[in-house]
Write a protein that binds this ligand. Structure first.
Ligand SMILES: Cc1cc2nc3c(=O)[nH]c(=O)nc-3n(C[C@H](O)[C@H](O)[C@H](O)COP(=O)(O)OP(=O)(O)OC[C@H]3O[C@@H](n4cnc5c(N)ncnc54)[C@H](O)[C@@H]3O)c2cc1C
Length: 408
């Protein structure tokens, strides 16, 4: 068995290119986007073009490749899970909301890729191919006012009438839900059936009975759109039932859609690690500027120890995240590692932002034009909430560890 922790020459080159873009172009605009509550479409369009020329899926759709056929990807490629987490950390270091705002299928992509029929993949991914068309987004609508972590408890209902499905209910906190050309919407034929009753639909913008409720005013990631969706006798053609009826003869259809988290959790972990690293870099620089040579040694030593703790937390989280991505690229099960990366990444990054604010004293808490620490502090908390909260990751991990007690 070979254990290899170094990145290939190609991966380093790709990461460095993204880093240059992140440092020189994205970071300087981050605070302005936060204040304006969005990333300008012109910037998104230019970035999408650049991503295509660089072959970076992280920069194109934010959450992986939108292509139709599922194929094994070399970890060396920018479209691989590992390539995506590398680029994601760099982009999030520059701005967290940008990744969530990128045009493309976003979180809606993985379930369509995992469960969609060839015709559905062609239809729903096809709209992203034309680079000169207006910008387009996809989205993933699972959460409801009374069903977040408890996914099995969704109440949005669906019933078949002729060749259509009729949906009724509300979804909340949906990233890009209002501007999306289509949302993957989870509904139930009967709540008492739990997960076995779930069905996933692709609901297209403009479908009768589908409307947008409020757009959330958030503490952090303010440049990313988060919307409420409303379904009132919303009539969806049967061709938009993801995977077709036979997929739901067993629990398999729903479980496949859930498995997409195994690919997206390491990506969300690397988003958090990118923001945590940004705060850590800032604090390191602050300590160098204010402490080295100019303050009593014990106080500097205490600062250095705090920074060391933050640095090793981020590094440990990154190692687990790369491993989770590598496992997925190589066709291995990675549910446990994906949850570990998400739990560790979120926590390490939150710690990094808190420590950085504390180390910098008043400078850390002030929202000035040049100063992003306060923004990162606002942005970071949500990484321990969406894509499954930290507590939920720990439940998934403990269940996996206990059922695999021998291998542990
Ligand atoms: C900015 C943002 C973007 C989002 N984007 C999307 C999106 O695109 N699509 C989408 O479908 N959803 C999205 N969400 C929703 C997100 O996935 C949910 O907020 C998340 O799953 C948590 O659900 P909840 O908010 O209902 O909290 P709850 O599930 O009510 O949890 C509240 C608290 O209880 C804890 N808890 C819950 N169950 C247990 C348990 N069994 N044991 C121990 N503790 C438990 C949780 O860990 C948490 O601390 C987004 C949320 C935000 C904030």
């Amino acid at each position: 068995m070979t254990i290899e922790f170094s990145l290939s020459k190609r991966q380093i080159e790709m990461r460095d290119n993204v880093r240059m873009l992140a440092t020189g172009v994205i970071r300087p605009q981050s605070l302005a986007w936060d204040r304006a509550g969005g990333v300008p479409e012109e910037f998104l369009r230019n970035l999408a073009r650049l991503a295509t020329s660089m072959g970076s899926s992280a920069m194109r759709s934010g959450l992986g490749e939108e292509g139709g056929k599922e194929k094994k990807k070399s970890s060396d490629s920018m479209q691989s899970n590992l390539g995506t987490v590398l680029a994601t950390e760099e982009l999030s270091w520059a701005d967290g909301a940008l990744l969530l705002s990128l045009p493309g299928p976003g979180l809606g992509g993985p379930p369509v890729r995992a469960t969609g029929t060839p015709e559905q993949k062609e239809r729903f991914f096809g709209i992203f191919k034309d680079q000169d068309a207006p910008l387009r987004w996809g989205a993933y609508a699972l959460t409801e006012p009374a069903a977040g972590s408890d996914v099995a408890g969704i109440r949005t209902s669906c019933r078949k009438e002729g060749r259509e499905w009729v949906l009724n209910g509300r979804k909340c906190y949906i990233t890009n839900g209002a501007r999306a050309s289509w949302n993957v919407v989870f509904a139930t034929i009967d709540p008492s059936l739990g997960r076995a009753g779930h069905r996933a639909f692709v609901v297209e913008k403009g479908t009768k009975g589908f409307g947008v409720g409020r757009i959330e005013d958030k503490m952090g990631l303010r440049a990313s759109e988060t919307a409420e969706l409303v379904f009132e006798d919303c009539r969806v053609p049967e061709e938009n039932l993801l995977g077709g009826e036979e997929k739901y003869a067993s629990k398999e259809g729903f479980m496949t859609a859930m498995k997409t988290f195994d690919n997206t959790r390491p990506i969300v972990a690397s988003m958090a690690i990118g923001i945590g690293r940004a705060a850590y870099d800032y604090a390191c620089d602050f300590v160098k500027r204010h402490y080295v040579m100019s303050r009593p040694i014990p106080r500097y030593a205490a600062m250095a120890e705090r920074l060391a703790r933050v640095g090793r937390g981020l590094d440990a989280a990154r190692t687990v995240t790369w491993r989770a991505a590598w496992l997925a690229d190589n066709g291995h099960a990675n549910a446990k590692e994906a949850s570990m990366s998400k739990a560790l990444g979120g926590q390490a990054a939150i710690r990094a932002c808190i420590e950085a604010i504390e180390i910098c004293g008043a400078e850390g808490a002030i929202a000035e034009d040049h100063q992003l620490l306060e923004k990162w502090f606002r942005d970071i908390k949500v990484y321990d909430i969406f894509e499954g909260t930290g507590q939920i990751q720990r439940i998934v991990i403990s269940k996996r560890l206990i059922s695999n007690l021998k291998s542990f």
